[in-house]
Ligand binder design. Structure first.
Ligand code: BGC
Length: 462
């Protein structure tokens, strides 16, 4: 792609922003696949349980096997991305995603299904780490926060779309057809966004930061010119080179006073984002609604409402995050999450689950998550670590997030049968109170601070 020569500074700015927005949006499709692939199981699991006669643990494994792949993908993404380049590895992850979708759709046995999910999961783990990193690396500094949040918007868009697709497919046939074939189409449809992603990646350049790190500044320069304009680009090359001169700290530095507090906050937020139960709802929503007496179709329609509320409140959060700040959103969101979870538990405890009570409480819970822990955690993971350690520290926190996700998604069905829904949701409520106290006592406000200010904040706190 050759840039045309813009006439004025304003032209240059809008031309460059268009280019950056275009390539960041393409990279963010990785987030869309993340949302799609993690949530597609919600519509399929009931039918699969019948098809393969699964017990509670196997139901948990059907859902969480993908997440095992994600843990592996997130763990290897940093090393692979450094060695082969962001673009090639993201492309390979897209291929894994397509193969995983196909394999899950045509699986003749439960084992082949699980293997396909793990394969696709590796792709998702890689994109969950490298796509936001790519966006951060191509973004002009002052737009970085918004471009990272774009990724979360893509995740919730993927979830929303897949809820629609699932409900549409389930409506195409009767129960017997769904048990035999419907769920296969739900996974198979993933091939379409996967292939579109692979095709669009051809229009995306390699990350200029990575090229410079590889000693290929001549290839990085034309890309930086497109992003920043002619003059700023040369300065940018010098700045990036200078920043690499500092990037040599050993991993154990992360456990020094100050930095270890940053790591504690990052890993703590990542784990709390998951153990407060969001994916029990995202992956099992139709099953939860069926437990309140809703039929298959009604439960899928209610799940679409969950996706819609998640989407709308994520947009609200992106609008609010730089105005009211991260901490205010965390405090308000986790409080409302705790209250609504106590309510859901109480509804199941008293047997007062019919009608719309549980649905309304679930929607309030999802809205509260979507304005707080959802986007805020991913944004903070990209900004609380010092420049020199950001890649590695973010990878550690992302792995912790996927491990916590695995534990929740694997244990939710057995917990429902052995401890019952009331106690299960009260455990999530308790975790939300922990998240509230953690945010209040330990999480600093990073709104409006430069990354260097954030860095010095840790040394003052240590
Ligand atoms: C979380 C995902 C979750 C999604 C729901 C993301 O921030 O990391 O695990 O499924 O939000 O919107």
């Amino acid at each position: 792609m050759q840039a045309s020569v813009p006439a004025t500074t304003n032209d240059i700015r809008s031309h460059n922003m268009k280019f950056v927005t275009l390539i960041s949006s393409i990279a963010a499709i990785g987030g869309l696949l993340f949302g799609f692939d993690t949530a597609v199981i919600s519509g399929a699991i009931g039918f699969m349980q019948e098809r393969f006669a699964l017990n509670e643990f196997q139901v948990g494994w059907a859902v969480s096997s993908l997440i095992v792949g994600c843990i592996g993908g997130a763990a290897s993404a940093g090393v692979l991305g450094d060695k082969f380049g962001r673009k090639k590895v993201i492309f390979a992850a897209g291929v894994l995603f397509v193969l995983g979708s196909l394999g899950s759709a045509i699986a003749g046995t439960f084992s082949v299904f699980v293997l396909s999910r793990i394969l696709g999961g590796i792709g998702i783990g890689i994109t969950s780490t490298l796509c936001p990193m790519y966006n951060a690396e191509v973004a002009p500094a002052k737009h970085r926060g918004r471009l990272v949040a774009l990724n979360q918007l893509a995740v919730v868009t993927g979830i929303f779309i897949v809820y629609f697709v699932n409900s549409y497919i389930a409506g195409l046939g009767d129960a017997a057809w769904n048990v035999e074939n419907g769920w296969r189409w739900m996974f198979g449809v993933g091939v379409l966004p996967g292939v579109a992603f692979l095709a669009l990646l051809f229009f995306v350049p390699e990350s200029p930061r990575w090229l410079i790190k590889q000693g290929r500044p001549a290839e990085a320069l034309p890309i930086l010119v497109k992003i920043h304009g002619e003059d700023a680009a040369k300065q940018e090359v010098l700045d990036i080179k200078a920043s690499f001169a500092q990037e040599a700290g050993p991993l154990r530095d992360l456990f020094r006073p100050g930095l270890r507090l940053a790591l504690l906050v990052g890993v703590g937020l990542a784990v709390l984002q998951q153990v407060t139960g969001i994916n029990a709802v995202m992956y099992y929503a139709p099953e939860i609604f069926k437990a309140t007496g809703a039929g298959t179709n009604a439960s899928l329609v209610q799940t679409i409402m969950v996706g819609f509320v998640n989407f709308v409140f994520t947009i609200l959060s992106i609008w609010l995050i730089d105005k009211v700040g991260r901490k205010a959103l965390l405090l308000a969101g986790t409080s409302v999450m705790a209250l609504s979870l106590v309510g859901i538990g109480a509804a199941f405890h008293t047997g007062y689950t019919s009608g719309t009570v549980v649905l309304l409480l679930v929607l309030v819970y999802v809205a509260a998550f979507a304005v707080s822990l959802g986007p805020v955690v991913w944004v903070m993971l990209s900004e609380i670590f010092p420049n020199r350690y950001r890649g590695r520290a973010t990878a550690i926190a992302a792995m912790a997030l996927w491990i916590a996700d695995y534990i929740v998604s694997q244990s939710f069905p057995p917990m429902l049968s052995f401890a019952g829904p009331a106690l299960t949701f009260w455990v999530f409520a308790f975790m939300s109170v922990v998240a509230l106290l953690f945010s209040w006592k330990l999480v600093p406000e990073t709104k409006g601070k430069s990354l260097e200010d954030v860095e010095s904040l840790w040394s003052r706190k240590a």
